[in-house]
Design a protein around this ligand. Structure first.
Ligand code: 7TS
Length: 423
């Protein structure tokens, strides 16, 4: 049931602008215009999930209002429209990460499911007792726990590449840990707590020199950087739609075709088969082999609209704007006495985590909320990383393309207020 898209219909073409007009961008995001506790919303919890532009909301709504139908199976008009929009979105995602072929784009629920898919199929097939999986000390739980489950089942071992006090990976240590028993290196591209951008291209190269395949967790990279899976040469790349201004419940696993082809299916059911008898089932070709059951069709279409939206602005412009904003925020926030930033790597994207002397992050978050400022507090699903820094939790401000220096100033004033009240 291969579907070959000929002409991909794009939504909301904006034309790329050399100048980054943040005020115009803000108007595309209806949720940003609201007040919270009587104060204008300052949304700085983008690493958890980002707000959605009108174009994404409209794409989902359009599907439910006009095209709602199941895909890949109907001969009728609505099903054909829905199938085309969904498969167009796959091509958009393919181009977004520069994958060679759209069949290498597997739609999943998000980065978590993408990693679980690889652990449950690639891992189950290739990992044996005594083998090793290599991760880093700065992984999100979703790139730790699936490997622990696999290791437990197989009698394999999880190895962890250490980091320095700035939150940078110790590359020499990482290379030493790439050994003859390593079956996969599963590495975060950008840390959700520290903001560290790992030198993943070099890390993939070192792994490949020893014949070790690599999965990159790009959940926090895809919204901030131009991702090119051919340049990175990784076997797998995982990301979530909802952190990329798209809907929740949809994400992507990119995998090299030859690697995906050799892997057993993930879940069994409709759409992932080519033929079924009680004696034998023949699986469908890529990407459908890994997409059992009715997909998040509206989500996929919404993700396609998010990609169009980002392309209209340009990932390079977004990265440059956010870099400037991060530098400003770092400078302003680090001036506050008694505050310590956790994660001071030379190469960072979009995240500032901090702790304040004598004040619990939860109290910081609660007071900031009263000021209309949304941040996340806690361990950020990275408990081993908290342990590495000897802290239970941080307050985290995470940036998006629509944040402004004015909002950073509001955050700084909010933190001053926390100090006045609790310091
Ligand atoms: N990997 C990283 C690096 C992440 O930051 C997250 C989510 C995931 C994987 C999982 O993504 P999901 O979409 O499948 O849930 N990170 C966060 C966060 O920092 N705050 O809330 C979710």
């Amino acid at each position: 049931m291969a579907f070959t898209p000929h002409h991909v219909t794009e939504t909301s073409p904006r034309g790329s602008s050399a100048e980054f007009d943040v005020e115009r961008i803000r108007r595309d995001f209806p949720a940003l215009a609201q007040k919270v506790h009587g104060k204008p919303l300052v949304y700085l919890d983008n690493a958890a999930t980002s707000q959605k532009p009108q174009a994404v909301i409209e794409a989902e709504e359009h599907f439910y209002r006009r095209d709602c139908s199941n895909i890949h199976r109907g001969v009728h008009e609505l099903s054909e429209r829905a199938t085309k929009s969904y498969e167009d979105a796959r091509v958009k995602a393919q181009r977004f990460v520069n994958a060679p072929d759209s069949k290498e784009i597997i739609f999943v629920r998000g980065a978590t499911e993408a990693i679980n898919l690889v652990a449950g199929t690639f891992g189950r097939k290739y990992v044996q007792a005594g083998d090793e999986i290599l991760i880093t000390a700065m992984e999100h739980h979703s790139n730790i726990v699936p490997w622990q489950i696999l290791c437990e089942e197989k009698g394999a071992k999880l190895r962890v590449a250490p980091i320095n006090d700035r939150g940078e990976l110790l590359l020499a240590e990482y290379e030493k840990l790439l050994g003859p028993k390593t079956r996969l290196a599963a590495l975060v591209h950008v840390s959700n707590v520290l903001g560290t951008i790992n030198p993943v291209r070099e890390m993939v190269e070192s792994a490949h020199r020893k014949g070790i395949p690599v999965l990159l967790d790009g959940a926090q990279a895809a919204p901030h950087l131009k991702v090119d899976v051919q340049d990175l040469d990784c076997e797998f790349y995982a990301f979530s739609g909802h952190k990329l201004y798209g809907p929740t419940g949809i994400g992507v696993l990119y995998g090299k075709a030859e690697v995906l082809d050799a892997m057993p299916p993930y879940q069994g059911g409709g759409d992932m088969i080519s033929s079924v008898t009680f004696e034998k089932t023949i699986y469908n070709s890529l990407p459908y082999k890994f997409e059992a059951g009715t997909s998040n069709i509206a989500g996929g279409i919404g993700l396609g609209a998010a990609v169009d939206y980002l392309n209209g602005i340009g990932m390079e412009s977004i990265a440059a704007y956010e870099d400037e904003l991060l530098a400003y925020a770092t400078e302003e926030i680090s001036r506050i006495p008694g505050l310590r930033i956790i994660g001071t790597a030379e190469k960072k994207a979009g995240v500032i985590s901090f702790v304040m002397e004598g004040i619990h992050p939860h109290d910081v978050g609660t007071i900031l909320d009263q000021e209309g400022i949304a941040v996340r507090t806690g361990h950020h699903c990275a408990q081993p990383l908290m342990e590495r820094f000897g802290i239970p939790a941080t307050t985290r401000a995470s940036l998006a393309l629509y944040n402004t220096k004015r909002e950073i100033d509001t955050l700084v004033m909010g933190i001053q207020k926390v100090k006045e009240l609790l310091g």
